[in-house]
Ligand binder design. Sequence first.
Ligand code: ADP
Length: 417
Amino acid sequence: MWAAVDLKWGLLCLLGGVLLVFAYHLRKLVALVYWTRDPIGTPTPYGLGLWDYVFANLSRRARVGYDQRERLAQALSRFREASQAMPDGVVYLSHHNTIEWINIAAERHFELDGERDEGQPVTNLVRQPDFVRYIETGDYSEPLILRSLRHTGTTLQIQIVPFGEDQHMILSRDITQIDRLETMRRDFVANVSHELKTPLTVVSGFVEMLHDGLEDFPPDDARRYLHLALDQSGRMQRLIDDLLALSALETAGPMEDEEPIDVHSLLRIVLQEAELLSGGRHRIELLPGPAATVMGAHKELHSALSNLASNAVRYSPDGGLIRLGWSADEQGGEFWVEDNGIGIPAEHIPRLTERFYRVDRGRSRETGGTGLGLAIVKHILTRHQAQLDVRSEPGRGSRFAMRFPLRRMQLRAALAA
Ligand code: ADP
């Protein structure tokens, strides 16, 4: 009977022990479950024996995972910072071309907002047909040139780079300036060809006529044709001279032949040239102003002032009054040329120094103009840190002034002191 009681107590104790062990494991399991729900980085619960081993391992793994995530997050944020700082635009697109991330340059290029537009299909927001077609064709071997975006008026070069699974990156670059230069270059070549073609056609036409039937032409007619041909070849010569002058100025390095130029003697030379060109058709006056010198290249300043004086003669009707002179104040000094000629409507004034820009093409040609005079003047003045000031009123006349900074000039009075 005592043996049966002992066995019962023994079994009860064993059961109690098993239950205790079970309860302990259950508690540790619950602690583990709670730990997995806690924020990453929470220390693992405390445990004995096997649990100590399990928790230690988990803690080590969690630490390694946490460190890796941290490193990854840092790398990602560095990468985003670098992408933000890029002058080129970057747009990440996930599936179906929805916007995932945009850098600042791309926001500017496409007028997008990173926060507002995230998750939107890019083609819903950038709707230019060329862009939509480019993105939809899937052929990204060549970049797309997108001109005159809605408000910004810029030209973008766009390249799409596919990566991962159905993911794309749009790279955009603002090439407005390069595009403008390229257009200018094309226009320039077209203009030069056109300007040369017209006189060349006239000259070759006359030569052909005379060649085919010299004996049929009365000598007076032949002389007249030859005179016209000579006129046209003179025009081509002037154009080539101006083109060479412009190109020399564009390719020239910093000025080496600078010297103090006496403003009065330069004005006198230009006055004589203007009188010669006018042939007595205009009244030309000199108002020399205070004696002074300007530091500069004599040949260049002579050419610039002659251009202004010759324009005054060419764009003033017979009997007009032309005045040229020099004035100085505490900010600097200026050569100026005034006429009471045909004048220039205000909207043309900002464009006068563009190559081949003419207000009245016919009058410019008639008077032997090449359309390059003021472009040459502008180049020369830039090299001298000087500015061109133009005031004009249609029908009343014009005033062109070349304004030099104080550091380039010396008044004779100051020289003597
Ligand atoms: P061009 O050889 O045609 O005269 P320029 O570059 O010297 O070329 O001048 C550009 C244009 O500016 C001229 O075609 C003319 O229309 C205008 N212009 C220049 N100077 C005058 C002036 N004094 N009066 C009126 N128009 C002028």
